[in-house]
Design a binder for this molecule. Structure first.
Ligand SMILES: *Cc1c(COP(=O)(O)O)cnc(C)c1O
Length: 393
């Protein structure tokens, strides 16, 4: 079946259980699906845009209220919508980094943070991780001291992922922010894997900036996200244009330079807004999400030879497992080689694991019902048992 022309219908989240780490928190709500059909046209949210002609002032639909709600949602003073977390990083990088400045990220940082720094000519320095794949306040302090000696000044900015994309491990963001602030280093809290799936309190953490991803964790279309900050920094990161053109003498009101005036003007914003009431309530169900994730991790651990590379017990629904000693041993002699695993999962209606991967791989149980989690847990055990691997319990 086709959507149009050569574009296939996409039904992977309707016809099976998807465990793709990057997709599960971004799946649209039914309300978002309905709203985006009506707002699919370009610049659709601009119908009622009036003076001073800026996205966050639009009253119909209530884009203005949504901006205030977003700021409150992450407990910061001011929020803007941005086309993806990465554009939030970029806006902050543009405001805080001048070429040659040292900038701190971590050994588990996302590549988009690297690109944001690189784009401004910043010099990247990483806070190392511990043997347990954690970023600690001690390591942050050590690295700040080291960089300060190297450059003769403190880093201009620190990017900090609350839960990293590789292990889904929880890092001591509160402790690290306290350390950074002792050196007057502003901190960008990267909530790509938190904002929209669990409660985030930017003020309590002491964050200078909170960035979230709409399409990763807020049930919104791509590219969408948010950048929130404090009253202290808002004027710097959201500075308004002061340009006056030479020939025509034009000026451009209160357009924000780093936002390129306006950001999300149709499906992305409307999708975020339509999902928001659901998102606001679902963050309160995080404990249940965690227990479902733990159930599946424990099922994998009951397969002899499997190792969980993420911290244990789990604090996130994204986990990294190493099945070199279990499913990969089956792959060595199986006629489908490594593909036996993804195809056995597929036969059971489970998608989102990279075809052929049997050594180290990731999955995310976010958004499952309890019975889907139980089904997934027993599917892993079944596949192991059918292929002669020892399964305990
Ligand atoms: C996915 C991800 C990003 C990028 O988010 P976008 O909204 O796609 O720009 C950044 N950081 C981390 C830790 C991520 O997991």
């Amino acid at each position: 079946m086709k959507c149009a022309g050569s574009i296939d219908v996409r039904d992977i989240d309707e016809s099976g259980i998807n465990i793709d780490p990057i997709q599960v928190g971004g799946r649209l709500t039914a309300d978002a699906m309905k709203a985006i059909i009506a707002y699919g046209d370009g610049y659709s949210v601009c119908d009622q845009c009036r003076k001073p002609f800026r996205l966050d002032y639009i009253k119909t639909p209530p884009v203005d209220v949504f901006h205030r709600d977003l700021a409150r949602f992450v407990n910061m003073d001011i929020a803007r919508v941005v086309p993806g977390a990465r554009r939030g990083f970029q806006a902050v990088a543009d405001a805080f980094i001048t070429p040659g400045d040292p900038v701190l990220i971590t050994a588990l940082s996302h590549y988009t943070e690297v690109l944001a720094v690189e784009g401004r000519g910043g010099i990247i320095r990483e806070i190392p991780k511990t043997g347990q794949n954690l970023i600690t306040a001690d390591a942050a302090a050590g690295k700040i001291e080291e960089v300060t000696r190297e450059f003769g000044r403190a880093p201009a900015l620190l990017f900090l992922d609350h839960f990293d994309y590789q292990y889904g491990n929880c890092h001591d963001v509160g402790g690290i922010i306290r350390v950074a602030h002792q050196y007057d280093i502003p901190v960008l809290y990267n909530g790509a894997y938190t904002v929209g799936i669990m409660e985030v309190d930017g003020k309590a953490l002491g964050a200078d900036f909170v960035v979230g991803s709409g399409h990763k964790s807020m049930a919104a279309p791509a590219p969408s996200g948010l950048l929130a900050t404090t009253g202290e920094w808002a004027g710097k990161v959201f500075r308004t244009t002061t340009a006056k053109t030479d020939v025509t003498g034009r000026t451009f009101g209160i357009k924000e330079v780093s936002m390129m005036g306006c950001t999300l003007m149709g499906v992305t914003l409307i999708g975020m807004m339509a999902s928001f009431p659901h998102v606001r309530s679902r963050v309160k169900r995080w404990e249940r999400e965690l227990s479902n994730g733990q159930k599946v991790v424990d099922a994998l651990l009951s397969v002899g030879g499997t190792i969980v590379r993420s911290e244990y017990p789990r604090k996130h629904t994204l986990s990294r497992v190493d099945t070199t000693g279990s499913f990969d041993r089956v792959a060595q002699n199986h006629k489908k080689r490594g593909f036996f695993f993804s195809s056995a999962l597929k036969e059971r209606g489970i998608t989102g694991v990279i075809p052929g991967a049997t050594k180290v791989w990731k999955f995310n149980t976010y958004g499952m019902t309890d019975s889907q989690a139980e089904y997934l847990a027993s599917a892993f055990r079944e596949i192991a048992g059918e292929n002669g691997l020892p399964v305990t319990g």
